[in-house]
Write a protein that binds this ligand. Structure first.
Ligand code: UN1
Length: 502
């Protein structure tokens, strides 16, 4: 078994199809956030020199991969999708161990990678361009998609397999080669994904992995002159640096960052349905989704009733190790993340919000070795409070009130992010108005703010991103560049715009 696949192993980087240690020999530990005594494995703490090796390997592989017919590239993705299906349980277990979210969700994460594999495999026989008439006689005009080249990818820990698949699979089917630096909290799931691609027949050097930390391994990838495009998912703070560095070299760069996603509950909402949605949207993945429902806007008429129902149901959620049956909410991913949650609880209290439940770390026997935080609800939140404006990325939800539809839309839009939004109503006119007026890349009607499907565009407006989309055909637009091709079969010089025949 290659070093990259053994459990609890000393893992290595994958460069040019070979498993190699960081040149410095340094490594870091990957521990289970539900039980810090459980060492998942060690991974290379890579630096610029390792990134350089990986980019060179990707450049070399590009020469042949770009010439491999797209339907053949797609067959490898399709096989990878099938293999992921066979390995789903094993990979879900690995993912829960390294990231913490419950098994049901990590199975979903692997499923999302499978969905992306099958969808992008289909694109291998499409990748449509256009043919269009020429303005001149005996001349043929068309546009074709060309691969961009070597693509650098920096991925987060909250969807350790799905998000790498959103980047790798479209890039590969389009004929690019890749260097991926996964989050230091969840490298194993990227190993599992790329190992599956190799088992499905991906040639050496087409996908390379370099593990490590942002400043040492991520930054050199963004800065490397031979990396043609960068795709980043993570915090706005890091995204800004990635974007600025890429811009200095005119490098295409896709940024997908934060959210402060609102669910609006009108007075005609089905409250039972909305409770289910709120619990799932706010506390699924322990609130660690960029699409998490972190604000619930309540019509004054139903606010009291809904709040009581939500608190009651929240207090019944089982928080614990995601590998244990019946657990609904796992730990936070690391010490830093739970510190942030704790800090925001203090900020919200200082701002005058009412803590209805939670607000503290869990310390019992089942929780003593992990980063567990009680699902937390604040009421009496004003739109200008930091708890209503800033992303927490933890199990914390803010309840706000409104008295008209217009006011609700105003509050929902009154933030610097624009990823996901939701409205619960039975009024079809209001639903359509919300679909039009909510400033976000995603709007749900009668469903929470999470649950995007891979064949539709994923991304947001305002400071959530820089205009690109993952998922759907938007991903193809990022991983290809358009070439216009003219074929003149007149056997004479025809000057466009000049030989107009007038
Ligand atoms: C993320 O939150 O970073 O739509 C990605 C969803 C998931 C993907 C979330 N399919 O909630």
């Amino acid at each position: 078994m290659p070093d990259g696949k053994t459990k609890k192993a000393q893992h290595k980087n994958l460069i040019g199809g070979r498993w190699v240690a960081a040149r410095s020999g340094k490594s870091f530990e990957n521990r289970n956030p539900a039980d810090s005594s459980d060492l998942v494995g060690t991974f290379p703490a890579s630096a610029a020199e390792d990134v350089k090796d990986a980019v060179e390997a990707a450049r070399l592989a590009f020469q042949t991969w770009r010439l491999t017919p797209a339907p053949k590239r797609a067959e490898i993705l399709y096989r990878a999708g099938e293999l992921l299906g066979q390995r789903k349980e094993e990979y879900a277990q690995d993912m829960t161990r390294e990231m913490g979210k419950v098994l049901e969700e990590t199975r979903g994460d692997v499923q999302e990678a499978m969905d992306t594999a099958f969808y992008m495999a289909g694109e291998g026989r499409r990748l449509f361009g256009q043919t269009t008439p020429s303005e001149l006689q005996n001349k043929f005009a068309m546009s074709v998609r060309m691969p961009v080249g070597v693509c650098g990818m920096i991925t987060p820990w909250n969807f350790p397999m799905a998000i790498p698949s959103w980047k790798l699979f479209p890039a590969l089917v389009c004929g690019n080669t890749c260097v991926i630096k996964p989050a230091e909290d969840t490298p194993l799931s990227t190993y599992n994904l790329v190992q599956t691609l190799m088992d499905a027949g991906l040639p050496p050097g087409v996908a390379n992995i370099v593990t490590g930390f942002g400043p040492e391994a991520g930054a050199p990838l963004v800065e490397h002159p031979d990396v043609d495009a960068i795709s980043f998912t993570g915090s706005s703070e890091v995204g800004r640096m990635v974007g600025q560095t890429a811009a200095a070299n005119f490098k295409p760069c896709s940024l997908e960052m934060g959210g402060k996603n609102a669910m609006i509950l009108m007075d005609d909402a089905n409250l039972e349905l909305a409770i289910e949605g709120a619990l799932w949207g706010a506390f699924g993945t322990t609130g660690q989704r960029c699409t998490a429902t972190s604000r619930i806007l309540l019509h004054k008429k139903i606010a009291k009733q809904f709040t009581a129902m939500l608190v009651e149901r929240t207090e019944r959620l089982r928080v614990g190790n995601g590998l244990v049956k019946g657990v609904q909410v796992g730990p936070q991913v690391n010490a830093q993340q739970i510190d942030t949650t704790e800090r925001y609880v203090a900020i919200a209290l200082a701002e005058g919000a009412n803590l209805l439940t939670g607000g503290k770390r869990l310390k019992g026997r089942a929780h003593s070795n992990g980063h567990f935080f009680a699902p937390t609800i604040f009421s009496g939140v004003k739109p200008s409070m930091r708890i209503a404006q800033e992303e927490v990325f933890g199990p914390v939800v803010a309840l706000l009130q409104f008295s008209s539809f217009e006011e609700a839309i105003g509050i929902a839009n009154g933030i610097s992010y624009g990823l996901s939004t939701s409205i619960y109503t039975r009024d079809v006119n209001r639903a359509y108005r919300a679909m039009r007026d909510l400033e976000a890349g995603i709007t749900y009607v009668n469903a929470p703010t999470i649950g995007a499907e891979v064949h539709l565009p994923f991304g947001g407006v305002k400071q959530t991103g820089n205009g690109h989309r993952e998922g759907g055909t938007g991903a193809l637009d990022f991983y290809t560049t358009w070439k216009a091709v003219y074929v003149d079969y007149s056997d004479k010089l025809q000057r466009a715009q000049i030989d107009t025949g007038e």
